[in-house]
Design a protein around this ligand. Structure first.
Ligand SMILES: C[S@@+](CC[C@H](N)C(=O)[O-])C[C@H]1O[C@@H](n2cnc3c(N)ncnc32)[C@H](O)[C@@H]1O
Length: 325
């Protein structure tokens, strides 16, 4: 049973100060300036060309937040900041936080969005800032190391030879499937600007002979085919239900007889009030896409059945659904 919410919890939720302090420090690249060193405020301010008085307040708060340490007048990164927030490090995750910082002004318009129903944006990050989008995919790929492989291990291919990965991003899943199944070839369909990072990833694992990249807009362009298996992983929320229904129908058209569509996403429960992370993610999507949403498994099932898929089944609760042509 969940604990009843206290007043302290309400304040904890309502105070976003620490969030913005951290995001700003990442944006200013403060942690890279402190890489491997203990420095005074003035030294950091000089390096980054910042105001020392303002910087000191921010750095003191970061000490209290346990992201920095301070001894006498010298500040240093804590081990976690040194490992994950210094740009040159191989475990840098700052791009994810930079994305949140870039979307800060959209969140600032939430009140207006709720009043009018209008999102403050007309495009999502992969369209407005593909470089940042690609960096985010790379970080997600790294921190979710093994997620693609886990998926490839869990989904039996039943002899499928051609995979279409729609909105396949950095190619995480297509690569994992091809590594797991030597007889498989794949097409990653994504926006041309995103495919630049996919190309590098595919080449880095030597799969360019088996993974074909097709640039385009999945709402507009046609898929080649026929494919034996199609994957839509974490792409539903960039558009509304009508667009998703149309996309599922288009995928149905490019599958071979007996071919399967697998949709993997962060689905909401039928009540749409859980899981908690996804309910907040739905609001995030509302203010950061033109008309995106989060959906339930039942809605996906409906799109599949309307498109003519049969044997529609939930492969994993709240996470994955499959239909057969
Ligand atoms: C959250 S990422 C998911 C990537 C990948 N499927 C995965 O599970 O790791 C969403 C992807 O959808 C792509 N995308 C969004 N809108 C698109 C569109 N209209 N046409 C093609 N790709 C699109 C983005 O470029 C991005 O790579």
């Amino acid at each position: 049973m969940t604990r009843e919410l206290s007043l302290a919890d309400i304040f904890q939720i309502g105070y976003y100060w620490e969030t913005k302090i951290l995001l700003t420090a990442v944006k200013l690249d403060l942690f890279s300036a402190l890489k491997g060193e203990s420095l005074t405020v003035n030294e950091v301010a000089n390096t980054l060309n910042l105001n020392p008085r303002a910087l000191e307040l921010v750095m003191n708060a970061l000490v209290a937040m346990r992201v920095l340490t301070k001894e006498d007048k010298l500040y240093a990164n804590t081990p976690v900041a040194e490992r994950h927030l210094v740009q040159s490090g191989s475990d840098y995750v700052g791009h994810l936080l930079l994305l949140h910082d870039a979307e800060w002004s959209h969140w600032g318009q939430l009140e207006q969005t709720v009043r009018t129903g209008q999102s403050p944006v007309t495009q999502h990050v992969f369209e407005t800032n593909p470089e940042l989008g690609a960096h985010v995919l790379t970080v997600l790929d790294r921190i979710g190391r093994g997620s693609g492989q886990g998926l490839a291990e869990r989904i039996p291919l039943h002899g499928a030879k051609r995979l279409l990965d729609i909105g396949g991003g950095a190619g995480t899943n297509a690569i994992a499937f091809c590594l797991e199944h030597p007889g498989l070839s794949a097409t990653v369909f994504d926006l041309p600007q995103t495919l630049k990072v996919t190309k590098q990833r595919v080449e880095s694992v030597g799969l360019e002979d088996r993974i074909h990249l097709q640039g385009g807009n999945f709402h507009v362009d046609t898929f080649e085919g026929p494919y034996d298996i199609a994957l839509m992983s974490d792409i539903l929320h960039y558009q509304d239900g009508r667009a998703n229904a149309a996309l599922v129908e288009k995928v149905h058209g490019c599958l071979s007889e007996g071919g399967r569509l697998i949709i993997k996403d962060r689905f909401l429960d039928p009540s749409k009030t859980s899981p908690a992370w996804t309910t907040a993610f739905a609001v995030h999507i509302m203010v950061n896409t033109e008309c995106g949403e989060c959906f339930t498994i039942q809605e996906s099932r409906q799109w599949m059945e309307q498109a003519g898929f049969r044997m529609v089944e939930e492969l994993e609760p709240r996470a994955m659904i499959q239909g057969t042509k």
